[in-house]
Design a protein around this ligand. Structure first.
Ligand SMILES: Nc1nc2c(ncn2[C@@H]2O[C@H](COP(=O)(O)OP(=O)(O)OP(=O)(O)O)[C@@H](O)[C@H]2O)c(=O)[nH]1
Ligand SMILES: [Mg+2]
Length: 296
């Protein structure tokens, strides 16, 4: 027998300072479906939506860039997405981690959010003992008396089911916004560029990851192979030399590792060509940022 139940749906934005585990948490909450998220073609903006649909509910999560003070127009564009995610949200998940000092900065951001629609998550509690966790919860509860506060370990899945329950409980009644099999708003191109950028982040050090942008210049699906041409932009010739490496060894390694992951992701053979270009000013250029898919 099918019981007619009301349907809930809403937008849940995940915010916080850099590195607190926003992306880890979104991946966990979207669950196994995340791996399929990447199989859908949608828009090219940088805030990443992950959609979870049940029979009677739909949650549209937004993973957002970590909140920082902008040094470049790039950062402004990133923070623009954070403000957009706050404006669109039915609920905001704000993540903090144990020992986080930047409480004032956090409270300033949180002052823009209705406390009843705020879920404060203390992540990484696997790094804290029981009384430490209780202290953190108490400290935050004093500052945010009207918000739900949940200690979580996104890495180990501790309390993440409770987070889902609280979200579903708080969702407004609304029909689904997206088709129930839709998993993200991002395209193949976007995720391919992210795979390459992720490899750059792990293979190179110092300022390289912060100076790099990846653009997919060509994405051609043929019957047995997908041909991808990626452009890596850096801000200085010296960085270009580092990316390429002695006799091209570094970029070759990057290409091999990225191609493997892209093949797994697309479930197809991939031919990947990488070029490295210098654009001194891309982080401060409206034109370049627009080309790279940032909204200004
Ligand atoms: N110990 C522990 N580490 C975690 C947990 N959640 C995330 N991490 C780690 O924290 C680091 C940052 O995680 P991300 O999910 O990339 O953090 P983020 O907030 O999305 O970071 P930005 O996108 O840079 O702002 C990674 O090394 C994760 O493995 C957790 O619950 N416990
Ligand atoms: Mg992240």
């Amino acid at each position: 027998m099918k019981i007619n139940m009301t349907h809930k749906a809403g937008f849940v934005s995940i915010l916080g300072l850099p590195n607190v585990g926003k992306s880890t948490l979104m991946n966990v909450l979207v669950g196994e479906k995340l791996s399929v998220i990447t199989n859908k073609v949608q828009t090219t903006r940088h805030r990443i939506k992950g959609i979870v649909s049940g029979e009677n509910f739909q949650i549209i999560f937004s993973d957002t860039p970590g909140i920082i003070k902008p040094h470049y127009k790039l950062h402004e564009a990133m923070m623009h997405q954070v403000s957009g995610a706050i404006e669109d949200a039915d609920l905001v998940i704000y993540i903090v981690e144990p020992g986080m000092k930047a409480i004032d900065e956090t409270l300033e951001t949180l002052s823009k959010i209705n406390p009843e629609n705020l879920l404060l998550i203390i992540n990484k509690v696997d790094t804290e003992n029981q009384s430490g966790i209780q202290n953190l919860v108490d400290t935050w509860q004093v500052r945010l008396p009207d918000s739900v506060i949940i200690p979580v370990s996104a890495l180990y899945g501790f309390n993440t089911a409770r987070v889902m329950d609280v979200i579903i409980e708080k969702l407004p009644e609304h029909p689904a916004y997206y088709a129930k099999d839709e998993l993200t708003d991002k395209s193949y191109r976007f995720f391919v560029a992210e795979i390459i950028r992720e490899k750059i982040l792990t293979l190179y050090r110092k300022e390289i990851p912060y100076s790099v942008e990846v653009v997919i210049d060509e994405f051609k699906e043929e019957e047995n192979i997908t041909r991808i041409r990626a452009l890596i932009f850096v801000t200085r010739e010296s960085q270009r030399m580092i990316i390429i490496g002695k006799q091209g060894k570094a970029v070759k390694q990057l290409g091999i590792e990225a191609r493997k992951d892209i093949e797994t992701f697309l479930n197809k053979k991939v031919y990947l060509e990488i070029s490295v270009k210098v654009d001194k000013n891309w982080r401060d250029s409206d034109q370049a940022l627009r080309r790279f898919g940032y909204e200004l």
